[in-house]
Design a protein around this ligand. Sequence first.
Ligand SMILES: Cc1cc2nc3c(=O)[nH]c(=O)nc-3n(C[C@H](O)[C@H](O)[C@H](O)COP(=O)(O)OP(=O)(O)OC[C@H]3O[C@@H](n4cnc5c(N)ncnc54)[C@H](O)[C@@H]3O)c2cc1C
Ligand SMILES: NC(=O)c1ccc[n+]([C@@H]2O[C@H](COP(=O)([O-])OP(=O)(O)OC[C@H]3O[C@@H](n4cnc5c(N)ncnc54)[C@H](OP(=O)(O)O)[C@@H]3O)[C@@H](O)[C@H]2O)c1
Length: 594
Amino acid sequence: MWRKGEELIWLSLNVLLFWKTFLLYNQGPEYHYLHQMLGLGLCISRASAAVLNLNCSLILLPMCRTLLAYLRGSQKVPSRRTRRLLDKSRTFHITCGVTICIFSGVHVAAHLVNALNFSVNYSEDFVELNAARYQNEAIYVLSFSRSHCGHFYHTKKISHVTQSKDPRKLLFMTVPGLTGACMVVVLFLMITASTYAIRVSNYDIFWYTHNLFFVFYMLLMLHVSGGLLKYQTNLDTHPPGCIFLNQTRNPDVSLPDVLSEHFHEPLPGGFSNPEGLNRNTFVKICVEEPRFQANFPQTWLWISGPLCLYCAERLYRCIRSNKPVTIISVISHPSEVLEIRMVKENFKARPGQYIILHCPSVSALENHPFTLTMCPTETKATFGVHLKIVGDWTERFRDLLLPPSSQDSEILPFIQSRNYPKVYIDGPFGSPFEESLNYEVSLCVAGGIGVTPFASVLNTLLDDWKPYKLRRLYFIWVCRDIQSFHWFADLLCMLYNKFWQENRPDYVNIQLYLSQTDGIQKIIGEKYHALNSRLFIGRPRWRLLFGEIAKYNRGKTVGVFCCGPNSISKTLHKLSNQNNSFGTKFEYNKESFS
Ligand SMILES: Cc1cc2nc3c(=O)[nH]c(=O)nc-3n(C[C@H](O)[C@H](O)[C@H](O)COP(=O)(O)OP(=O)(O)OC[C@H]3O[C@@H](n4cnc5c(N)ncnc54)[C@H](O)[C@@H]3O)c2cc1C
Ligand SMILES: NC(=O)c1ccc[n+]([C@@H]2O[C@H](COP(=O)([O-])OP(=O)(O)OC[C@H]3O[C@@H](n4cnc5c(N)ncnc54)[C@H](OP(=O)(O)O)[C@@H]3O)[C@@H](O)[C@H]2O)c1
């Protein structure tokens, strides 16, 4: 979950909305008759709908990525605490999604009961109020027994126990019923396609199914415009529960003896159930039938703002990304990694941010995120990404950018210059890694290709470290094979030399770990001597590392950043939350992407 305080606000809002709506439908005089007809099902369906409204509107906000990136970068979010909250946007999105699923279940169950009750409690006195429409021939029986909707005070009244409308027809032959059923199907598809297993095995299924959210919102708008649930409009002239003598409709109706005696006496409060009338009961008599009107669909108020914001953002992103980038060079690195350097007019980005690549020649529909490893600066407009070939899209992209003969470069990078396919970029978008320059001490841990966000941070420090708050950086990089270090070996060496020359050897502490090897290995090349002396075999011993960092940075707050396999981030998160005897505070900053 995200931070405790915000969790509590979100939770309280949900509970408050649920409870207030529940009470309104349970006790509100305008829903007296509807409540008698539907009972608890009404209260639960409406209360769950209120929670759904809230979450259906909130869930869109964390997906307004451009807006969030703008907020993070602008001076409008001055506190680190608030900026760190933005990192939790994906978690918040998921939490809202799960809440929508749970309350949709509750809402559907309550409406199934409502449909049944509409049907069972069908009454001709409340035709306007009842969603069921009586169709078959009536069978009347005399009854004093338990009944609803205005029949109860009439001793001679005949209760309607006809074959009332089949509840299934209510579910599938009304706009709210039909749209509700379709929404359940859409939601089911979205939930199943969002599971970790599907996202990892076939991200495209997740992506396309998730975009059904737009259909979901359209159905939702239609769903609430059905107007099946109504409130009473004439409470002044017809206090709920009052006795209305409808002589024209039922000329044979007469007032029960018990009521005749109290004909002009008011019923206190006007809400008591006339079923329980006895000689001491005060009864309110009214001269008008209850009149009902459909509720105004409040969902529109909840959803239209965030939906418009999200659509505006999508439109802005479309416009912003419709010009292709100019690819300057493509470099093939060892271990199936490709570096692309590009320029684009007016493109600005901060270290740690990522972009979304779109190459129509590879796929007309797919877009893939990649972190910038080099950001454009005032003096040079070039920016770049490093992408690892892991699946079909990256493979096809590589084949288009590089001819097969140049793909086997094992150690030295191979630079290609030729005609490239059109590539479009969307972004930049913010990430927690941007914050690494804003701590005095930062611990950046990378696993494999997860080094990319830190590469842009290191490139920025290489340009100039003075404008930033950062004064000590622990950079830990774990890889499976020695060649992987070549992706950024030059950058690391240059950085190392720069701080030595500036007499600041403590500024950056580099530790490289080779996790899978049988014996000692070295990064090939004389110039990498400094790196080889910082190369360790095996996985890092995290606890020991945290202990050392705590010892050398007593009483300070260390920003912890991790990008790589989930298992590393889980370990680091746990360790960051543990106390140490040096009073050093580790603040964990990571949003999991997988
Ligand atoms: C914010 C972010 C930054 C990233 N930065 C880099 C980077 O700098 N360098 C790099 O090599 N990789 C990066 N990745 C991972 C990269 O996006 C995927 O490796 C790539 O999309 C794989 O596509 P594919 O079709 O070749 O492989 P697939 O076989 O389709 O996917 C391999 C894995 O990548 C993930 N993935 C696939 N498509 C997407 C997508 N559209 N969006 C998000 N994840 C997807 C899936 O979880 C899947 O398990 C980043 C991912 C994210 C979310
Ligand atoms: N969000 C972003 O900006 C971004 C950017 C790029 C990549 N990524 C993600 O980063 C991930 C890294 O991909 P990859 O395939 O390159 O990684 P990988 O090769 O699977 O793993 C990299 C290294 O991490 C080590 N490792 C794993 N768990 C560990 C643990 N608990 N403690 C210590 N070391 C551990 C591995 O050691 P062993 O060999 O011992 O297992 C390996 O050496 C991918 O999921 C990718 O999507 C994210």
